[in-house]
Design a protein around this ligand. Structure first.
Ligand code: GLN
Length: 287
C-alpha cells in the first residue's frame, strides 16, 4: 500500500526535530511539496504517493537532517515577493535583508528612474527586488565571486524574462577604486549586505558549510570589506544620495561610528530588525 503524505510527514517531523532543525514541520512539508511539485497547502488533500516520491523525499530528509539548507534542497529561496534560484556557491538570502530593501524602497519613493547600486549582490535578492518593486529604477548588481555571479546572472535573466526592468550585473569588487567610475557622483542609492562576520566568530554549521566564504567573512572585526565599501559609496553617491548597509547585531555601534568618521556622510542612523536587534546602518551623502 502506498504511503500517505500524512504518514510520511508524521514520521519525518521527529527525525528533523532530533537533528536540531528549528522548524521541522514546515521543512518536511516544503520538501514533500517540492518532490511532488505541488503547493504546500495541497499536501494534505493528496492520498497515497508513489514509492519513488517516498524514496526521493527520504533522500532530501536525510540531507536536511545533515543540515543542508532547505533552500539548497528545493533550489528556491523566497525573498519579498520574488522566488530566487539558489544552490551551492551562492549565499541564501535571509529575511532580515528584506527589511533593508523595505528601507531602500522608502527612500526611492516618488523618484523617477533612480540610479541604484547593490554591492555584493549574491543571488541578486536586493537588486532584483528593487527593480521589481520600483519600476523605472536603474539598478546595477556588483558581485566579485565567480561562483556566486552565475546565480546573480541567472536570477537577473529570469526576472527580466518575467517582465521586470533589466538589472545590470557586473563582475567586480566593491572595494575596487576603479569600480563603476562612469557612475561617480550620480548614484541615488547604494545598498549592501556585505560580508561582515568577524573572522573566527561562530556561525551555524549550516552557514559555515554551505554559504560561500566570500559572502561571510569580513576580517578581524568583520568590517574590512565595509571600510572599502564606504570609500566606494562616498565616490558613487550624488550629494543627498543615501547608503544602507546590513551588519551583524554586534556592530550596531561600531559601524555607525565608522561611518561618522567619514566627512562624506551625514544623518547616520541605525535600525533594528523585527527581533529588535540592531541590523542596518544608513546615511546620507553630504555636499
Ligand atoms: N547574516 C549572515 C549569517 O546568517 C551573515 C551575512 C553576511 O556576512 N552578510 O551568517
Amino acid at each position: 500500500m502506498p504511503a500517505t503524505c500524512r504518514a510520511l510527514l508524521t514520521a519525518a517531523v521527529p527525525r528533523l526535530s532530533a537533528a536540531g532543525i528549528e522548524s521541522p514541520r514546515v521543512d518536511a512539508e516544503l520538501l514533500l511539496a517540492h518532490v511532488l511539485g505541488v503547493p504546500r497547502a495541497r499536501l494534505l488533500t493528496l492520498d497515497g504517493v508513489d514509492d519513488d516520491v517516498a524514496a526521493r523525499f527520504e533522500e532530501l530528509l536525510t540531507q536536511r537532517a545533515d543540515r543542508v539548507p532547505l533552500q539548497h534542497l528545493t533550489g528556491r529561496a523566497p525573498f519579498r515577493h520574488l522566488e530566487l534560484a539558489v544552490g551551492p556557491g551562492v549565499f541564501v538570502p535571509r529575511p532580515e535583508t528584506e527589511q533593508l530593501v523595505g528601507w531602500a524602497l522608502e527612500q526611492l519613493r516618488g523618484t523617477v528612474a533612480p540610479v541604484v547600486v547593490d554591492l555584493g549582490s549574491g543571488s541578486g535578492a536586493i537588486a532584483l527586488s528593487i527593480a521589481s518593486e520600483h519600476p523605472g529604477a536603474r539598478v546595477t548588481a556588483v558581485e566579485r565571486d565567480p561562483g556566486a555571479i552565475e546565480w546573480t546572472r541567472h536570477n537577473a535573466a529570469a526576472r527580466a524574462a518575467a517582465g521586470d526592468a533589466r538589472v545590470e550585473v557586473l563582475a567586480g569588487d566593491m572595494t575596487d577604486p576603479g569600480l563603476l567610475r562612469e557612475l561617480d557622483g550620480d548614484v541615488d542609492l547604494v545598498v549592501s549586505n556585505p560580508p561582515y562576520v568577524p573572522d573566527g566568530a561562530r556561525v551555524p554549521r549550516e552557514v559555515a558549510d554551505h554559504d560561500p566564504p566570500l559572502a561571510l567573512w569580513g576580517g578581524p572585526d568583520g568590517l574590512d570589506v565595509v571600510r572599502g565599501l564606504l570609500v566606494t559609496a562616498a565616490r558613487l553617491l550624488r550629494p543627498g544620495g543615501v547608503l544602507g548597509i546590513e551588519h551583524a547585531d554586534q556592530q550596531g555601534r561600531t559601524l555607525p561610528a565608522l561611518v561618522r568618521t567619514r566627512r562624506e556622510f551625514a544623518d547616520v542612523d541605525d535600525h533594528p530588525d523585527l527581533a529588535g536587534r540592531p541590523r542596518f546602518t544608513t546615511a546620507r551623502r553630504t555636499g
